[in-house]
Design a protein around this ligand. Structure first.
Ligand SMILES: Nc1ncnc2c1ncn2[C@@H]1O[C@H](COP(=O)(O)OP(=O)(O)O)[C@@H](O)[C@H]1O
Ligand SMILES: N[C@@H](CCOP(=O)(O)O)C(=O)O
Length: 322
């Protein structure tokens, strides 16, 4: 996260008065993440996370996110549980923003994920797909092809200031993906941002998944492609086939892929790489003055995208090979 919005003491006291959370002890901004303003809230009843929703989160989507966390927590998945106030509402306004308090999860996110952790996150992703299956609300993925086209248009004029030729490369990739994106694959609720900083571990075991604020309905295999991008490249940009094999095996152990899903993986990995290249590029070019936030490097995802163009098939990602 980041902190984009400050919260004053009186407003916070009035907000907390709506909950049975005891006396407030402290509120500290969390300097991790990118999207929303997050605070660690300590009260006499324990630790919680206070989130104020910022720019990319549409207010109309919030019932989906809150309902999904309630649903997943009830189905036994370890994820933040929204705290409901005395009026039963989990969502209200604070400092001019929609705001929610959720339970605090223990564990640490891995700064350098290892092979065993990649296996565990693959299994956790499959578990999430299975647990989300009974959730009634729907949310279209705002960051699929039409969303990428809008971001590309917004960035086009200045993209080449980040890397000469980038605007043309993005346009060509987008055209390719628009022509080849699968019309139908098995789908349901996906996390859509299951990066290492959104997965907590105790040792090599997943202790919880957080940050459901990109969750939506889309192809399950696209979520797997997002994870292959986020977990299976080294800091020097090299693809780690051992990690990909572990992640894919972890996933397949919980939810087998159809032939069509397996065949689509290299293409879905290209789409996932373009998606994060574009949101990072947009944020890079539109930094918010004074915000406590570290913009992420868009070119990391250009390099991943170029790798996926060279993939020989799903076997590159440990899928379809023993
Ligand atoms: N439920 C939670 N329990 C513990 N820590 C949390 C929880 N939710 C968020 N955090 C902390 O806040 C950071 C940012 O949260 P995240 O949801 O990823 O923010 P953003 O949506 O802005 O990217 C996490 O890396 C973690 O340190
Ligand atoms: N995972 C995205 C950025 C979104 O930030 P998060 O803190 O919500 O995961 C990226 O790496 O580009």
């Amino acid at each position: 996260m980041a902190v984009y919005t400050d919260v004053d003491d009186d407003a916070l006291a009035a907000f907390l008065a709506e909950y049975d959370l005891g006396e407030m002890l402290s509120l500290k901004g969390i300097a991790e993440g990118v999207e929303n303003s997050n605070f660690l809230l300590e009260t006499t009843r324990g630790r919680f996370i206070l989130t104020l929703f910022e720019k990319r989160v549409a207010e109309a989507d919030l019932p989906f996110f809150i309902g999904l966390m309630d649903h997943l927590a009830l189905s036994g998945l370890s994820c933040p549980t929204p705290i409901h106030g005395r009026d039963r509402k989990a969502l209200r306004q604070l400092a001019g923003r929609p705001a929610v308090i959720v339970s605090f999860l223990t564990g640490m996110w891995p700064r350098k994920p290892n092979v065993a952790q990649c296996g565990s996150v693959g299994a956790a992703l499959a578990g999430l797909h299975l647990s989300g299956a009974g959730f009634a609300l729907k949310r279209t993925n705002a960051l699929s092809l039409p969303g990428w086209r809008r971001l590309a248009a917004d960035c086009r004029d200045r993209a080449d200031s980040v890397r000469p030729g980038l605007a043309a490369e993005i346009d060509a990739e987008l055209a390719f993906l628009e022509a080849n994106w699968p019309a139908a694959l098995p789908g349901g609720v996906i996390h859509a941002d299951l990066f290492p900083d959104n997965v907590f571990f105790i040792g090599d075991d997943v202790s919880g998944l957080i940050d459901f604020y990109f969750a939506c309905n889309d192809f399950y295999a696209y979520d797997l492609a997002i994870c292959l991008n986020a977990w299976c490249f080294e800091p020097d940009g090299a693809f780690n086939a051992t990690k990909a094999l572990a992640l894919s095996r972890g996933y397949l152990g919980g939810r087998p892929l159809s032939e069509a899903e397996a065949a689509a993986i290299p293409l879905l990995c290209r789409g996932a790489a373009l998606r994060f290249l574009l949101t990072r590029l947009y944020d890079w070019l539109n930094q918010v003055p004074g915000a406590l936030v570290r913009p992420k490097d868009p070119l990391e995802y250009l390099s991943k995208l170029r790798f996926h163009r060279t993939a020989e098939g799903p076997g590159t990602y440990g899928i379809g090979h023993d």
